[in-house]
Design a protein around this ligand. Structure first.
Ligand SMILES: Cc1cc2nc3c(=O)[nH]c(=O)nc-3n(C[C@H](O)[C@H](O)[C@H](O)COP(=O)(O)OP(=O)(O)OC[C@H]3O[C@@H](n4cnc5c(N)ncnc54)[C@H](O)[C@@H]3O)c2cc1C
Length: 88
């Protein structure tokens, strides 16, 4: 498949690769279950009860880097301006 893609973007043909290795990243990405976004809404509502706690990342609303950046930007904007004291 990679060779076919490369051949599409190059004028001259490519020779067959001399070697190929497939690396699978099992568990590398969250696999959302049906109802994930509703679950995340519940998690957000819960987290909002804890001053100074925010969450972000691939577990939230998208696994791609742009989605992770959006999630981090949102988390930072939700942080209080000054540090929150925990405990007595
Ligand atoms: C192989 C692969 C290829 C990908 N390619 C692309 C791509 O081409 N384009 C794209 O948009 N997205 C791609 N992604 C998806 C994207 O990279 C990830 O979804 C994104 O980086 C996840 O960001 P994150 O901050 O949620 O988690 P991570 O980047 O995994 O960050 C979590 C961090 O927390 C740390 N950590 C974990 N446990 C603890 C702990 N107990 N205490 C302290 N620190 C801890 C980890 O060391 C890590 O640094 C790819 C993902 C994989 C696995």
């Amino acid at each position: 498949m990679a060779l076919t893609d490369l051949q599409r973007v190059r004028r001259e043909g490519l020779s067959e690769p001399i070697d190929a290795v497939v690396t699978r990243w099992g568990g590398g990405l969250p696999q959302y279950a049906v109802g994930h976004l509703e679950r995340i809404k519940t998690v957000r509502a819960s987290i909002a009860q804890v001053p100074g706690l925010v969450i972000c990342g691939a577990v939230m609303e998208g696994v791609g880097i742009p989605a992770c950046i959006a999630s981090a930007t949102r988390a930072v904007s939700e942080l209080p301006a000054s540090p929150v004291r925990m405990g007595p």
